[in-house]
Write a protein that binds this ligand. Structure first.
Ligand code: ZN
Length: 341
């Protein structure tokens, strides 16, 4: 498979197919009927098998935050269309907004519609209790974000979540970032990563190697690929997860600003560094910020062009179609996980 052409501007909105979204209700009804005819239904699964497949390969799974039903459907359908792994993620705020049980049922409905297995993951779980609540409600994977508690407490809490999750067939993404007493140090030491994995029994590991959600605006966006490689060589069986590496092209920002976003153009990570990291254990990359901006921009565009339209299905359905195209492109151009499910 040839690599994407870097000369193509990433996420150029003009490349998106601005189609009128036509809900595939007929196809959905047919699928539901065919379930009684012996076809297997998709189910919720953990990330273990797909991470093992990705571990030494040059692609990674795209994990997309589903802010609402439309984005979850778009994310599932985009992955389904190109046979990429379907990994639906919810943050704590999404769980508070929709409810863990509702999210599980939506993920199950996506699995049934596509007739494919789906991973349902809690992103940045803010407490042990939140992680347990999501596991109790059928999430197959949770992340505990507790590194601000300090290393010892982070280890203790992660181990507790791991024991709870593993007893119930779920998996845990742990996170070891920069030491609490060195907040300016934007990389994870190898020894610290090894010790954290040994002590917690986590199933995958989020880390910091130049990437972070809380980087100061003027801090260079440069992934430390050599450090990722060093962590991978010390933990060759541990799937690694990248957070905080959004790439927003000038065209993407301009499009959002055309409809009132008021965004400054951010510094971006280099796509080649991100893709290079896939060879060194990175098995999943999160997407949140760009999904939120793209979806809202599409809603605003629709409303600006159709000011008399009052049917929420029209503007939400339009945005769902736009974001489905966007996510499919991101799978192919960034994660390269098409045809890998
Ligand atoms: Zn994150």
């Amino acid at each position: 498979m040839s690599r994407p052409d870097f000369s193509i501007i990433l996420f150029d909105w003009t490349l998106l197919n601005y189609k009128w979204y036509q809900p595939d209700n007929a196809g959905f009804a047919k699928r539901i009927q065919s379930d009684g005819g012996g076809n297997k239904m998709g189910k919720l699964i953990t990330s273990s098998a797909i991470y093992q497949k990705s571990l030494s390969a040059d692609w990674a799974v795209g994990g997309f935050i589903g802010y609402d039903m439309e984005i979850m459907q778009a994310s599932a359908r985009a992955a389904g269309k190109i046979h990429a792994p379907v990994m639906l993620q919810a943050s704590c705020r999404v769980v508070e907004y929709a409810g863990a049980d509702m999210l599980r049922k939506m993920a199950e409905a996506c699995a049934a519609e596509l007739d494919r297995d789906v991973i349902l993951h809690l992103d940045h779980g803010d407490s042990v209790e939140r992680c347990k609540h999501c596991i109790d409600n059928g999430f197959t994977s949770v992340m505990l974000d507790s590194e601000r508690d300090g290393f010892a407490e982070n280890v203790r809490k992660t181990r507790e979540v791991c024991e709870y999750a593993h007893a119930r067939g779920a998996v845990v993404e742990g996170e070891v970032f920069h030491p609490i007493d060195s907040p300016e140090k934007y990389w994870t030491d190898v020894d610290e990563a090894v010790e954290y994995v040994d002590l917690t029994g986590c199933d995958s590991l989020a880390f910091c190697c130049g990437n972070a959600h809380d980087l100061p605006p003027d801090h260079p966006r440069k992934l430390r690929v050599e450090q990722i490689r060093a962590i991978h060589e010390a933990l060759p069986q541990m799937p690694l997860v990248l957070h905080g590496t959004s790439i927003l092209s000038p065209e993407f920002i301009a499009r959002a600003n055309q409809f009132g976003a008021g965004l400054y153009h951010p510094h971006n990570f280099d796509l080649r560094d991100i893709q290079e990291s896939f060879r060194w254990g990175v098995c999943k990359v999160n997407s949140a910020l760009d999904i939120k901006i793209a979806f809202t921009t599409a809603v605003r565009q629709y409303m600006a062009e159709h000011p008399v339209e009052m049917d929420p299905r029209k503007y939400l359905g339009y945005a769902r179609g736009v974001i489905e195209d966007y996510i499919a492109q991101k799978h192919v151009r960034v994660f390269m996980d098409q045809e890998k499910a």
